[in-house]
Design a binder for this molecule. Structure first.
Ligand code: HEC
Length: 180
């Protein structure tokens, strides 16, 4: 009896502690540290210049492509060292971000066959935000893809406005190779 009572007291103390921790959680979520918060927050701007902050917007991508840009083998392709992300023709990654991508693709010699959401339509990112996040991706982790301007994103957005479905890698391969 005494043991059971002590155990009960310990349990109560334990759950009491959990309750206290849970009570702190809402305070923590008020700061934009979670991926969920970053995904909804818009637009993420650089405090100094007011321009979109590519590193912060990248948190949306990092859910899948990881903060390291290395992706997850078999599931999410790498952006670090990717010939698609840093294509000489920035229209390649711009198209992918605006309309999404699905089906088989080979990145750095690894095969993937999955789907990426479109950011131009169902989770809107404006031209400056797409430019900022791609500039971040193309200049991080040793990538040397070069900056992407909002004007370039605008041009591609207009040129591909009729597109209603995700790209297939095969659609973009001509652009990838033409630029080399
Ligand atoms: C929900 C998961 C997810 C998110 C979020 C996501 N991607 Fe992707 N991305 C993928 C998948 C999966 C593929 C490969 C699709 C396929 O198999 O055809 C891909 C492919 C790519 C590619 C071409 C292949 C490569 O690895 O270079 C680029 C570039 C890219 N994503 C950039 C981005 C950027 C930039 C963001 C953020 C704005 C982003 N992705 C957000 C899942 C995601």
């Amino acid at each position: 009896m005494l043991v059971a009572a002590a155990a009960g007291a310990a349990l109560a103390a334990c759950s009491g502690k959990k309750g206290a921790q849970a009570a702190q959680a809402p305070g923590q979520t008020a700061t934009p540290v979670t991926v969920e918060t970053a995904g909804i927050a818009s637009p993420a701007t650089d405090a100094g210049t007011g321009a979109p902050d590519g590193r912060q917007i990248y948190q949306r991508c990092a859910t899948c492509h990881q903060p390291t840009g290395l992706g997850i083998p078999g599931a999410f392709p790498p952006l670090a060292g990717s010939e698609w992300a840093s294509a000489a023709d920035a229209g390649v990654p711009i198209r992918i971000v605006l309309h999404g991508l699905e089906g088989p693709i080979t990145v750095k010699g690894q095969k993937f066959n999955s789907a990426m959401p479109a950011y131009g339509t169902n989770q809107p990112m404006n031209d400056a935000e797409v430019a900022a996040v791609l500039t971040y991706v193309r200049s991080s982790w040793g990538n040397k893809g070069g900056a992407v301007t909002a004007a370039a994103v605008h041009t591609v957005r207009e040129a591909t406005a009729a597109r209603k479905t995700a790209w297939k890698a095969a659609d973009l391969e001509p652009l990838l190779h033409a630029a080399h």
